[in-house]
Design a protein around this ligand. Structure first.
Ligand code: DNO
Length: 342
């Protein structure tokens, strides 16, 4: 397995040079952030990013994420042009040496939390999700959540939510199938593996469908196009926020099938109603047995990429919630992967 670290580019308060100092660190996971969703990423931008990362002594082989335009998820007539652009992005990524592309198919909202800095008894700060608070939110009245992508104006959001009224789970699956049947052959030809990120949290929110939540959904997803290029990002913290999901057995099953190309590893402390906070990495700190999860990766001979997904804010660090240096670095160290350096 190859240990990687997410880096948001030059504006990230965490420096590449510091990431390099984490023992066993292999590479960086990043993306092009200044091209509108649905448009083509110029290959020169990808090359410049790769060169910057390589100059710091790290590799750039995983992109997270190429975002999927809402019109594709909604199955609108404009989707064909947007899918063609997505295909072009796959080719451009391949041209600079990218091996795995992470993406998701969550309508409107990506990962959702109600608190970005919940203080834990040890004085650290972490991300948290309160299921009851979210259930009380009426998205029609406007949504204000910490970290919520403010790129939608209230009117646009209303319009988008109205468009999703006709999209139930099965309609979203059909639109996903249409998308996968187009992009997977392109990924195969380019030598890139697609890695779908599951829904976070793994349940419908604000009345919007969410279809990648558990074992059966992952099985259905990987069966739509039966190709190694049609794989998953096994996110322990996203799937683990539903206590019914047995993460080590998911790693064994989908890893054994050769369909996990990328793993996000973190712990969560979950209550039965789905309320959770992101705990420290050790198994004893949260609901997930991280040691068992890592054992499962070793058992299946996992050769893909892993990253410490999120971390708490510790030792007075400030910055992007979930994406500080210190606690994520502790995570990468605690798991002792057998990765190699450049
Ligand atoms: C949160 C991340 C997600 C993830 C996307 C993948 O920290 O795990 O935002 O990058 O859902 O498409």
């Amino acid at each position: 397995m190859k240990m990687t670290f997410r880096w948001y580019g030059e504006s990230d308060p965490v420096r590449l040079e510091h990431i390099r100092q984490i023992p066993g660190m292999y590479g960086i996971v990043s993306a092009i952030y200044d091209v509108p969703v649905g448009e083509v990423w110029p290959v020169e931008k990808l090359q410049a990013l790769r060169d910057r990362i390589e100059a710091a002594g790290l590799r750039f082989e995983v992109v997270e994420s190429v975002p999927v335009h809402e019109d594709i998820k909604l199955g609108k007539p404009t989707r064909d042009r947007l899918i063609a652009n997505f295909e072009q992005n796959i080719r451009h990524c391949a041209a600079v040496g990218i091996k795995v592309i992470c993406y998701n198919f969550m309508p409107v909202f990506d990962w959702t939390r109600t608190e970005m800095a919940k203080e834990l008894p040890d004085g650290s700060f972490t991300l948290a999700f309160d299921a009851e608070a979210v259930a009380k939110i009426d998205p029609e009245q406007g949504i204000s959540l910490p970290g919520w992508d403010a790129s939608y104006k209230p009117e646009q959001l209303k319009q988008l939510l109205a468009e999703y009224k006709s999209i139930d789970d099965e309609a979203l699956w059909r639109n996903l199938e249409y998308f996968l049947k187009r992009i997977i052959p392109v990924a195969e030809a380019a030598g890139v593996r697609m890695a779908m990120h599951p829904d976070d949290p793994p349940r419908p929110i604000f009345g919007l469908p969410r279809i990648v939540k558990n074992h059966d959904d992952l099985l259905r997803l990987t069966g739509i196009v039966d190709s190694p290029a049609n794989g998953i990002t096994l996110c322990s913290g996203s799937l683990g926020a539903d206590l019914c999901n047995d993460i080590p057995s998911l790693v064994r099953k989908f890893g054994g099938m050769g369909r996990i190309h990328y793993g996000h590893v973190r712990n969560v402390a979950v209550q039965p109603d789905g309320t959770f906070y992101e705990s420290a990495h050790l198994s004893c700190e949260g609901s997930l047995d991280l040691a068992e999860i890592m054992k499962a990766y070793h058992e299946v001979g996992f050769e893909g990429y892993l990253r410490p997904d999120h971390g708490r804010m510790i030792w007075g660090e400030t910055g992007k919630p979930g994406y500080g240096l210190y606690d994520r670095a502790l995570g990468a160290g605690l798991w002792r992967p057998s990765s190699t350096r450049l």
